[in-house]
Write a protein that binds this ligand. Structure first.
Ligand SMILES: Cc1ncc(COP(=O)(O)O)c(C=O)c1O
Length: 385
């Protein structure tokens, strides 16, 4: 029985345990300071936790509506309209999901057919390509250069063929910390105009943008919005990545198709947490102060690295900072990352794992969504290298 099972062909032959799990396990084993995976090591607002408990006590413990609790969809709709000037109908155009991951997976599954091509910009967060492959699609890559991580829109245009079904865009961008500008979005809009190409817009770090810059949501641009799935994450915004809750907003016809897949993948999302989010989201301070909150952490981390031999450009958004180690070592990034864990007790992510063909750029990714004392200790280690 077992050998037969093993002989069956894997649908994801090239997928290994994710780099986040591998590094996280090693960090725990070696008791290293962990700046690898993207999650905070401080607590969320107690008010939010109280709201979840309250919702449970009030008896919201059975299935929520398949599309998500209506009260939450309503507040999400108001929030998007206020921030980006686009009105999404909470009845037909917003669905609450199990984090952004499920929103992205569902959008890809609902629309990508075998043989379809999906353009992915590398370095890329790791959940896009397996979803494309599971649906028989082919990822077509645009690789960014490590000197500026800017999209070359001419190169991008040249990757479009009659088979292109979808583009995945992520801004603010993990792992580079770059944000896509208004001009970039306008260029993308012109390239996609008059095509049937869909856009999955991964905007999980929408509220973590620095130095007075603005997040350019695809929902702001008329033609892009018509073809876009805006994917967002409450986990990232409210320091509760373990709650795995987010949403997808898209025009009615696209959302209709999206929900056909959503209802059989998860049906609905944790009900008490949705009730709590609906209440908590009503106060815009809960997300509008996040830029300043994380900018303070970024600035503290970078000022603590002043005497180090790492080179860096301050992150423009997300809670990740890339550090160039080429003046310190010529090792491969995965070798250096491993050595940092075992010898220096500090964990980070080697960025080659996000690149095309694991290209080596001589940079490591550090998550600064950490308590001040954690960042201080990490910087002390980094300054000694
Ligand atoms: C770019 C990007 N997209 C999506 C996700 C997943 O978000 P969620 O935890 O809400 O599923 C992450 C998490 O690290 C991410 O960095």
């Amino acid at each position: 029985m077992i050998p037969q099972i093993l002989q069956s062909k894997s649908k994801l032959p090239d997928v290994k345990t994710t780099i986040f799990t591998t590094v996280g396990n090693l960090a725990r084993k070696h008791k290293a300071i962990d700046l690898s995976q993207g999650f905070p090591n401080f607590e969320a607002d107690p008010k939010l936790m109280r709201l979840v408990t309250q919702a449970m006590k009030q008896g919201h413990n059975q299935y929520a509506a398949m599309q998500g609790y209506y009260g939450l969809r309503e507040v999400i709709s108001e929030k998007i309209e206020q921030l980006h000037g686009r009105s999404y109908d909470p009845v037909n155009e917003i669905t609450v999901t199990v984090g952004a991951t499920q929103a992205i997976f569902t959008a890809i599954t609902a629309f990508v057919h075998p043989g379809d091509e999906v353009i992915v910009i590398k370095p890329a967060y790791d959940c896009y390509e397996p979803a494309i492959a599971l649906n028989g699609g082919k990822a077509v890559y645009v690789q960014l250069n490590a000197n500026n991580y800017k999209v070359d829109w001419e190169e991008f245009r040249n990757k479009i063929t009659s088979k292109t079904r979808m583009v995945v865009l992520n801004t603010p961008h993990n792992p580079s910390g770059k944000i896509i500008t208004k001009d970039d979005m306008l260029q993308l809009q012109e390239i996609l105009r008059d095509t049937n190409i869909l856009l999955v817009s991964d905007e999980v770090y929408e509220h973590i943008v620095f130095d007075g810059c603005e997040h350019q949501s695809a929902s702001r641009f008329d033609d892009l919005a018509q073809r876009s799935f805006i994917c967002a994450s409450f986990g990232k915004t409210f320091h509760v990545t373990g709650w795995k809750m987010g949403y997808c907003a898209a025009p009615k016809d696209l959302m209709h198709e999206f929900r056909k897949t959503h209802q059989f993948a998860v049906f609905c999302v944790d009900h008490p947490t949705q009730r709590a989010m609906a209440e908590y989201l009503k106060n815009e301070e809960h997300y509008m102060q996040l830029n300043d909150f994380y900018q303070e952490k970024r600035d503290f981390f970078l000022s603590s690295l002043k005497t180090s031999r790492f080179k860096f450009k301050p992150s423009e958004g997300t809670y990740f900072q890339l550090l160039d180690y080429t003046e310190i070592s010529n090792e491969k990034d995965e070798d250096l990352a491993l050595r940092l864990i075992t010898e220096n007790k500090l964990a980070c992510i080697p960025i080659s794992s996000f690149n095309m063909n694991n290209r080596q750029d001589g940079v490591l990714r550090f998550c600064f969504a950490k308590k001040r004392e954690t960042l201080e200790k990490a910087a002390e280690i980094l300054c000694q290298l």
